[in-house]
Write a protein that binds this ligand. Structure first.
Ligand SMILES: [Fe+2]
Length: 351
């Protein structure tokens, strides 16, 4: 990862070898109690064993969470054995031997648990808690994480969804080609008062990204409440696609606003020139603020999804097991706010 210059790029925490060993012990303890990341108790146990992480790391993550100064921050130094993790899967859910990356996924879950509650979407990667991000030949030219040949335009994760994550954790397992991830912070955007006021008003429509839409759904409809929640979630997302509500792109403190924006999926209100102008200014400033970050194996990049946008440069995928491979997790500060969309209070799947 490049050295940080001023306020540009992620704040970086580097584990010492002793701290990496301590984190590995915490991961072992977690996996000894629960080695199934799909289990209901996995996030609870991750939160328990997060107390075993090095205090310096916990302090770093908790300060990032409290201060909200750095929109992206990275933890480096989790050891990755490129041969031992096995080949990059051809598509999500098709890792030949899921056990090869479990210890690293546990480190991602433990670190993420310091920031909040881990959760997954029923409508994405069949409800997995920890996602694979690897190039899929069917998606090469699309706007989803499994694309490659096409630039993945910068965006807020699930900008369209009121229950979007507070943080996204991206653990790099492999990046031989040094494919850059792009990040930009709303902290680097300067807007005059009138434009800011426009962006604080509900004047834009953001549609769901392709990863949630019908043609990616492979999970058959289950019985009972699960089936009802899933059907409702799919209908809701289809409705958000067909007739999205108008939303504001900025929220919170006008002096340090939160941001939710996804230009690729945003309908610009042509009959509202002030909204168009403010949107163009915001987009131009974020374009200017965008920096490239090359994730190294064993690094976790955390993205504050209320402060940062992220994307990825195009790259040439080989589909031979050596392509870029990340693990991704969604983190919310308060899983309770999605209670109406979950099966039970201790379920982490958001429908
Ligand atoms: Fe994304």
């Amino acid at each position: 990862m490049p050295a940080r210059v001023g306020n540009v790029g992620p704040a970086v925490f580097r584990l010492t070898p002793e701290e990496a060993a301590q984190a590995a012990r915490a991961a072992d303890l977690l996996l000894a109690e629960c080695s199934d990341t799909a289990a209901a108790e996995f996030p609870v146990l991750a939160a328990v064993h997060a107390y075993g992480l090095p205090p310096r790391l916990r302090g770093f993550l908790l300060r990032m969470r409290a201060q909200e100064h750095d929109a992206t921050f990275a933890v480096e130094g989790f050891p990755v054995d490129d041969a031992a993790i096995g080949p990059t899967p051809a598509r999500w859910g098709q890792q030949p031997d899921p056990s090869t990356t479990l210890a690293l996924e546990a480190c991602l879950a433990l670190s993420g648990s310091v920031l909040g509650d881990l959760f997954g979407w029923a409508t994405q990667q069949d409800g997995a808690l920890i996602h694979d991000i690897a190039p899929n030949p069917d998606d090469a030219d699309s706007q989803v994480g499994s694309s490659s040949a096409e630039l993945l335009w910068w965006h807020t994760e699930e900008a369209f969804h009121p229950l979007r994550c507070d943080y996204l954790g991206l653990l790099c397992l492999r990046n031989h080609d040094r494919v850059p991830t792009t990040v930009g912070s709303v902290g680097d955007v300067e807007l005059d008062t009138s434009m800011r006021e426009v962006l604080f008003e509900p004047r834009y429509r953001i549609r769901p990204d392709d990863s949630h839409l019908a043609d990616r759904r492979t999970l058959s409809r289950p019985e009972g409440k699960k089936g009802r929640l899933l059907a409702a979630a799919r209908q809701r997302i289809d409705r958000m696609d067909r007739e999205p509500q108008r939303v504001a792109l900025l929220s919170g403190d006008p002096d340090a606003p939160y941001l939710a924006v996804d230009p690729y999926y945003t309908d610009i209100p042509a009959d509202d020139p002030d909204a168009v102008h403010a949107f163009d200014s915001l987009r131009a400033q974020l374009d200017k603020a965008l920096v490239e970050v090359v994730l190294e194996p064993g690094s976790i990049l955390f993205i504050d999804n209320f402060r940062a946008v992220h994307g990825r440069a195009p790259f040439h995928a080989r589909y031979d097991g050596t392509d870029r491979w990340l693990k991704r997790v969604n983190i919310t500060r308060d899983v309770r706010k999605s209670r109406a969309h979950r099966l039970s209070s201790d379920s982490w799947t958001v429908y």
